[in-house]
Design a protein around this ligand. Sequence first.
Ligand SMILES: Cc1ncc(COP(=O)(O)O)c(C=O)c1O
Length: 436
Amino acid sequence: MRYDHITELIGNTPLLRLDPAVHGLENVELYAKLESHNPFGSVKDRVAWGMIRDDLDRIRADGQTLIEASSGNTAKALRILGAVHGVGLRAVTNRIKVTEVRDLLQLFGTDIVELPGLSECPDPTTPNDVYSIIEATMAKEAGTYYHASQYTNEKNIEAHYSGTGREIHEDLAADGITRVDYLIGGLGTTGSTRGTATYLLQHHPELRTVAVVSDRTDFIPGIRSESEMWDVGLFQPDFYDRIVTIDSGRAVEATVRLATGYGILAGPTSGAGYAAALETLRAAQRSDGPVVAVFIVCDRLEPYLSYFKKRRPDLFGRADRHPAPTTAELAATPALSPDELADLDRTARPTIIDTRGAMAYRIGHIPGAINIRDDQLDDMFAHGIPFPRSRPLVFVCPVGELSLRFAATARAAGFDASSLSGGVVGWRDSGHPLER
Ligand SMILES: Cc1ncc(COP(=O)(O)O)c(C=O)c1O
């Protein structure tokens, strides 16, 4: 096949029927919509192109730079599309947690602005909200930036309505399949599930749409937790028939199964989608023929190797020196109040480890705390715990959840470790000073 431009390769992705001998579900036809086959590797290629295509000539003529809230696939697609058309990208994001994703964006020359906040979702009430920063930047430098705005732009949904949804319908219809019972997909901006399902519902009114989110305290790169979804402008909870929560352990297992069972090299959100599909379809039955279901394979496996290594060192032939603490270990780990930490600091010279990002630390930290970002700390713990045993350790994070996990792990290794209850937010709110 011959093409004149890389953008011609966006969309028209394959729909793969999954071998029932592998998934083992009786009377179920399960299909994977391989958005991973888009040229830059993800479901976001269509969206990025759809959001800028009509304005690209003007953006270039005006010498504008793209600006977008994204820490992953949208930024990658926008950067590449911009680059080949001579337009730059500033990606504004809270922490990019996957090393390879940051490396790829940097390799392509993205101007990355990483903020210290907790979530990338738009929440105008928090001063470090990504959208507020983008608006402030655009107001200060009027005319410099073009904001594609995937969280509010209807073209995000439209790209999947006229693309992903239509393609699934037409490919199944060409195969004589006239009914689609389920669509299953992860939630980020919600554009892919909303757009695809809206198209499918016009032809298959009985369709049930299943959304996949991560566990509240867990992390699957590319989708949000259910509580974070409330911050997303396009999110309409009533649109979904079911919202399934998958933890990262199940997502990783299912991702490996997709590769070894069907040859689908997909990222962890696709594993989460597959796990949610199996869970949903186990209970699904029809008397008039097989249940027909499609789940969205969002991106490729390779950029997540460090994520897999961190969660499953055993798969890489490494022993996990510090397995995740059990619920009992977490419950037994001391959580100090801000006053108790202040007392300890006066009497026992604790090593205070602030696990937030560098920018958050710079803006304000507990006096004397050292800064080791949580992902770096995870890496260090894989080799041993790099602190003196002669002093108490106190781990600190934004709100006190992650720090408890680090403290529990250090205690299991024999350290006198605790966590600051309520995190830096609790410390600040109880009137203790922050050092800049
Ligand atoms: C890897 C991955 N999976 C799933 C999603 C969810 O897509 P959407 O934003 O359409 O809800 C995203 C979106 O960023 C993603 O990057």
